[in-house]
Ligand binder design. Structure first.
Ligand code: AVI
Length: 319
């Protein structure tokens, strides 16, 4: 089976399991086809979606500090999981370039388009920069990264992407990263912080409806890729944030009863009016929870960086 075939099979198995469960669920990782990537880009430009600017502010403020830690003889490897358009990372790349630090940049993303565009733009700006882009899902490429073991490495995971994992999965993810790390390596990761619930609620339920379209993209994909007939406009986006647990949850909410046929799965699914499909968690953190996740995975926090508005934090970890 090719990588692509096994991804499609995994997607189909997931849809069957999620839509025959009670309550129904689907994973947000399947939102991201080309259209999903484009909608997420739009989300990152929304005024309500503070995460991107906050993390940009952190990297801009501390890039010199981060760069200076890697001014080591023989250089280092900079591996980024979920690189996207690399907008924030370019700040750090620019600093490393200015400080004449020797490094290889290895951006990894599920979207081949993102990797190609990013590589092209970096080559244009800094032709001599060593960029080795790779396409793939984090969990699948992690094992292949063991080959970067000849010199120190910094692993970047920005954007609070870890927040889309439930705590046990997040520990598993951190554990897999820790297994790749030698004592001289660091992990630099973004964790969106607990804050005024209204700010979080607004970030995930914007007025223009981009987040609704992003969430609905899951159903568009099922219609396109599995010959389903979801009446997509009868599913509204619903967001609920629980300040006690720090968990923001996204749902698709059936505003009318309907019967859906997913032809390629030979599956019929009924929705009652107001029935939900849980599609995403976007976990918010505090230092205690990050410290707990890290220690469960055998990691230790070595530095904490915060933006000017105190919305977001990046942590560095060592093993
Ligand atoms: C990619 N991930 C970190 C985003 C988040 O904030 O959970 C995805 C997203 N979902 C709705 N808006 C943005």
């Amino acid at each position: 089976m090719t990588k692509q075939e096994s991804f499609i099979q995994e997607f189909k198995d997931h849809v069957r399991e999620g839509l025959t469960s009670y309550p129904k669920y689907l994973s947000s990782k399947y939102i991201y086809d080309d259209r999903g990537d484009e909608l997420f880009q739009q989300i990152m430009n929304l005024p309500e979606y503070y995460l991107t600017n906050a993390e940009y502010n952190i990297i801009d403020k501390y890039k010199k500090d981060i760069s200076s830690k890697f001014e080591v003889n023989g250089g280092f490897d900079l591996i980024e999981l979920g690189a996207g358009d690399g907008k924030k990372t370019k700040l750090l790349l620019e600093q490393l370039h200015k400080d004449q630090v020797e490094f290889t940049y290895i951006p990894i993303d599920i979207s081949k388009h993102s990797i190609d565009e990013l590589t092209k733009s970096l080559k244009k700006k800094w032709p001599e920069m060593d960029v080795q882009g790779e396409q793939g899902l984090y969990f699948n490429v992690l094992k292949d990264l063991a080959r970067y073991n000849k010199r120190p490495k910094l692993i970047l995971v920005l954007g609070s992407n870890i927040g889309n994992l439930k705590h046990p999965e997040a520990i598993d993810f951190l554990n897999q990263i820790r297994e790749l790390m030698s004592p001289q390596d660091s992990l630099f990761m973004g964790f969106d912080q607990k804050k005024d619930p209204i700010v979080i609620q607004n970030a995930y339920a914007d007025k223009t409806g981009v987040t609704q379209e992003f969430n609905r993209n899951l159903l568009h994909r099922l219609n396109k890729e599995m010959s389903a007939d979801f009446p997509v406009n009868d599913f509204d986006h619903w967001e609920s944030y629980d300040p006690e647990t720090g968990t923001a949850k996204s749902f698709l909410l059936a505003t009318e009863p309907c019967k859906v046929h997913i032809k390629d799965l030979d599956l019929k699914v009924e929705f009652k009016k107001w029935e939900t499909i849980h599609t995403e968690v976007s976990q918010k953190y505090d230092d205690e929870v990050v410290d707990w996740l890290a220690s469960e995975a055998g990691l230790e926090i070595s530095s904490i960086y915060e933006d000017d508005q105190k919305l977001f934090k990046n942590y560095t970890f060592t093993s």
